[in-house]
Ligand binder design. Structure first.
Ligand SMILES: [Zn+2]
Length: 433
């Protein structure tokens, strides 16, 4: 019995989904945890079985180089493909992992076809697992690819600590995945001639329209607000109500404002939530003195985010007046709209047409490693459907059929990029006229 490439991919995908599996069908593999290490070990074993050189850089990005170019002086330039193997707490098994495993299998197919003389490649192909895309344990998100692309400072990111006080540096060393940018298995960023990533949509547009593929042409404008609500610690029993300065009450007002703001704009033009809350001292018998929370504002139109942010800051002042608490807000993690090169969008449309598949252009509301990479090299972002548009939860689902279609499309895109399809393309792209 011969295993088809499709079966081999599906079997690996479902095997990796057992690493850190949760009871409700998700995975828990936060960055630089033992479960993240296990998935990374799986990636390394996949590469080493095929004789591909692996390397880890100074922020924990894991690379595997598929040699396609024979001879020459020194290492060839490369096309990079991948995504991330880390997950949110109680995350889905598709977000990120799908793109890495798809890239590994596309690479295996391409290596065989080059060896058999079916196709030629101008570049080597490198598959990457970006460190800490999720940012759940160590904010900000998209950390590994942003450092690689030169958008974030490596030493500063190595010092970021999780809620237990463990630094990125110590966590990476702890799992054996802090490498060096000089590692011969790490491609220098100036040798990268293009980057491709495939990911689940995490929204419901493709499902609603019955399409197997989406070609992402741009990303939304996003920013976070890092907020501290400051009150005073006291006894939940003994303190008179008039004397309480309950930071959690103030934080509750703030959290509701993040929902209310979205109702002030046309539906679906602004999305927002508070994602993280830390309450201190968080004891059942103590009025809380400090609440730290991070709110997220996203829209395609930058002006909407800016207006929303200004409105929030005004409202925070009213919360201060009403409660006598202090609300300190700081702008954090501002990400402008980014445009992918139109040549990469058209390349996806051509690949889909050749396979007789429908595809549409779309935007991404979520951040991705490709958004960072698009500032360093022409980048291609591909979407496949997400069941009911749910993500960052255990219920996340995409069918085997949709996943296989995506692997085939990614393989076709990479074959053309390795043949120079995006050579000399300007990046990032520009807004449509
Ligand atoms: Zn992801």
């Amino acid at each position: 019995m011969t295993t088809t490439p499709e079966d081999a991919f599906l079997s690996d995908f479902h095997e990796v989904a057992t690493i850190g599996a949760t009871d409700a069908g998700g995975v828990e593999r936060q960055a630089a945890t033992p479960m993240d290490m296990e998935t990374r070990n799986w990636f390394k074993a996949f590469a080493q079985e095929r004789g591909w050189e692996t390397g880890v850089d100074g922020i924990g990005n894991l690379f595997a180089r598929v040699p396609l170019v024979a001879g020459g002086d020194g290492p060839a330039d490369v096309i990079l493909a991948g995504s991330h193997l880390d997950s949110q707490p109680k995350g889905g098994r598709f977000d990120g992992a799908y793109g890495v495993i798809a890239a590994l299998h596309a690479a295996a197919q391409i290596e065989r076809r080059v060896r058999d003389g079916e196709i030629a490649a101008k570049y080597d192909l490198v598959v990457v697992d970006w460190f800490n895309e999720e940012g759940g344990r160590f904010p900000p998100s998209i950390m590994g690819s942003s450092v690689y692309a030169g958008l974030m400072d490596r030493d500063q990111m190595l010092q970021v600590k999780d809620l237990e006080g463990v630094s990125v540096r110590d966590a990476l060393e702890g799992i054996g995945y802090l490498g060096s940018d000089e590692d011969p298995g790490v491609p220098r960023v100036d040798t990268v001639r293009g980057y491709a990533e495939i990911h689940i949509e995490q929204g419901r547009i493709l499902e609603r329209e019955g399409l197997p593929l989406g070609a992402v042409d741009s990303s939304w404008y996003t920013q976070k607000l890092d907020i501290e609500v400051l009150g005073e610690q006291s006894h939940t029993g003994a303190t008179a109500m008039a004397d309480r300065h309950d930071a959690l009450v103030g934080a509750s007002h703030v959290i509701l404002l993040f929902q209310e703001i979205c109702e002030r704009f046309p539906e679906e033009t602004l999305v927002s939530s508070v994602g993280q809350v830390t309450v201190e001292p968080n004891s059942p018998i103590v009025v809380n003195s400090r609440v730290h929370l991070v709110g997220d504002l996203r829209a395609n139109d930058p002006q909407i985010v800016k207006d929303a942010r200004d409105w929030m800051l005004d409202e925070f002042k009213k919360v201060e007046e009403k409660t006598g608490l202090k609300v300190v807000a700081r702008d954090f993690d501002i990400r402008p709209n980014r445009y992918y090169p139109i040549e990469g969008v058209e390349l996806q449309e051509k690949v889909a047409a050749d396979r007789g598949l429908d595809i549409r252009r779309m935007q991404t509301m979520a951040g991705h490693d490709s958004v960072a990479m698009n500032t360093a090299t022409p980048s291609v972002m591909m979407f496949i459907p997400s069941f009911e548009g749910v993500s960052h939860c255990e219920r996340e689902f995409t069918s085997d059929e949709d996943m296989v279609t995506g692997v085939q499309a990614l393989t076709d895109v990479l074959v053309r990029m390795l043949d120079g399809a995006l050579d000399d393309v300007a990046y990032p792209g520009t807004p449509p006229a």
